[in-house]
Design a protein around this ligand. Structure first.
Ligand code: SF4
Length: 436
């Protein structure tokens, strides 16, 4: 394919890890002289980074691919990501797809494009499970406010509902020294906030003999990065040392995202999770004690096979007692090839919906309560760029969304504010006390 076909478009589905990887692939195309265009416009090359965490995610991937092919029938279409890794044929059989790349080779699309040609049968590369141990270093750029920095990949846990270990391989990471170099490169672009991302982020150090806390301590020293968020961490990997470090740190923010999945020990056993409800509760209490006004987001699955009304009540009551700040609710989605797909006691879709709705109501009230608790407090906000109907928004250290009248000079800047009240958008209003 001649290099003068300069327009390339990207579309990413799924997690922060996928966004960091697409952004890294995009920089490769920049270096090859391609012009980046929006996925809604004509392009010569499309790269779609897929997700396979739920059936719905896979459906959205197929729809996105077909939409692109429809509006750019001559484009070269490359599909990467977890869905490509797990079921390459599903994607290579879509007419118009030219290249399907497995997880370990997602960094080599330009390389393989030469082999594949338009209108020939789609080529499939590197989707064999045993090659899944390379590490593709990645971080997102282009957003002036924050960057997703990939510090870990893969997972050695085998929760019975999850396909991610099959899609991303064993838990592995690059050395702290390499990550520090990437963080310095992000800082040199004027970005102030980094979100540490991975599949099982807290399991960092598995392949280098280093530790997660060791990584956090080195990152804190990087000049120019003012803020770090830990994207998600397993409850059993939240050590007292990590809690104490975040509590004392100016840069690691009072914000945790912790998967619970179920508040029933019976269901946690069936899921093969590595903690019970008592350990989870203990971690939440320790974090809240050590870090005032901390934001805690919690993942929970409803409708796992075998989940009774009592099991669901265990989840609901535990969350109502612990009062995290927000719930990410996932109706159980059966994944091919997982042990749970053969489990008895499938829950009726109606019951799954009722349980999800009930938790949604709880999440809404927990989140409003958390926002209300912050009114009157002084906080620091990193303002984003966009002018949204005459306002500019940003997040406090403890992940409260704030909006004030638009001021261009605040874009990408950190300002001290007093939180005043709730606006009709649900964000908190504020007045600037001091800005950079
Ligand atoms: S910890 Fe469990 S749910 Fe999370 S990626 Fe690993 S296997 Fe999947």
């Amino acid at each position: 394919m001649p290099n003068n076909q300069k327009r390339v478009a990207f579309h990413t589905l799924g997690c922060k890890l996928n966004f960091s990887e697409t952004s890294t692939i995009a920089r490769q195309f920049d270096e090859l002289g391609f012009e980046r265009v929006s996925p809604n416009s004509q392009a010569d090359v499309f790269v779609i980074n897929t997700c396979s965490v739920t059936e719905h995610a896979e459906k959205k991937c197929r729809q996105a691919i077909k939409k692109f092919i429809k509006h750019s029938p001559n484009a070269f279409v490359a599909v990467v990501g977890c869905y490509a890794q797990l079921r390459p044929e599903d994607l290579s059989n879509i007419e118009g797809v030219d290249l399907v790349m497995g997880a370990s080779d997602r960094g080599n699309i330009p390389l393989y494009m030469g082999d594949a040609s338009k209108n020939a049968k789609a080529k499939i590369y590197s989707c064999e499970i045993d090659v899944l141990n390379d590490f593709f270093p990645a971080y997102s750029s282009g957003d002036r406010t924050r960057s997703f920095l990939k510090v870990q990949d893969g997972c050695d846990y085998h929760c019975t509902y999850c396909t991610i270990p099959n899609a991303r391989g064993k838990s592995r990471n690059i050395p702290i020294s390499t990550i520090i170099t990437q963080a310095q490169s992000i800082a040199s672009q004027g970005i102030k906030e980094i979100i540490l991302t991975g599949v099982n982020t807290g399991d960092f150090g598995r392949t280098t003999g280093e530790s997660f806390i060791g990584l956090l301590k080195e990152l804190e020293k990087v000049e120019g990065i003012e803020r770090y968020r830990i994207s998600s961490i397993e409850p059993n990997l939240i050590t007292d040392e990590v809690i104490a470090f975040v509590a004392a740190s100016n840069k690691f923010l009072p914000h945790f995202h912790i998967p619970l999945q179920s508040g029933s020990n019976n269901i946690l056993r069936l899921m093969k999770r590595r903690y019970n409800r008592e350990l989870f509760a203990n971690k939440i209490e320790k974090i809240k004690q050590a870090i005032p006004n901390v934001f805690i987001g919690v993942d929970v699955i409803v409708g796992f096979p075998g989940e009774t009304d009592n099991d669901f009540s265990d989840s609901y009551n535990l969350l109502n007692e612990l009062k995290p700040s927000f719930l990410h609710i996932f109706p159980y989605s059966e994944r091919p090839g997982t042990p749970a797909s053969d489990f008895e006691g499938k829950v009726h879709p109606k019951a799954i919906k009722q349980r999800a709705d009930k938790l949604q109501h709880l999440s809404y009230s927990l989140h409003s309560e958390f926002y209300a608790q912050n009114i009157g407090r002084k906080e620091e906000v990193l303002f984003e760029g966009a002018n949204r109907k005459g306002t500019i928004t940003g997040f406090t250290r403890n992940y409260v969304k704030v909006e004030i009248d638009f001021r261009k000079e605040l874009a990408g800047k950190i300002a001290s504010v007093q939180l005043l009240g709730t606006s009709n958008t649900g964000n908190l209003t504020a007045k600037i006390i001091k800005n950079e």
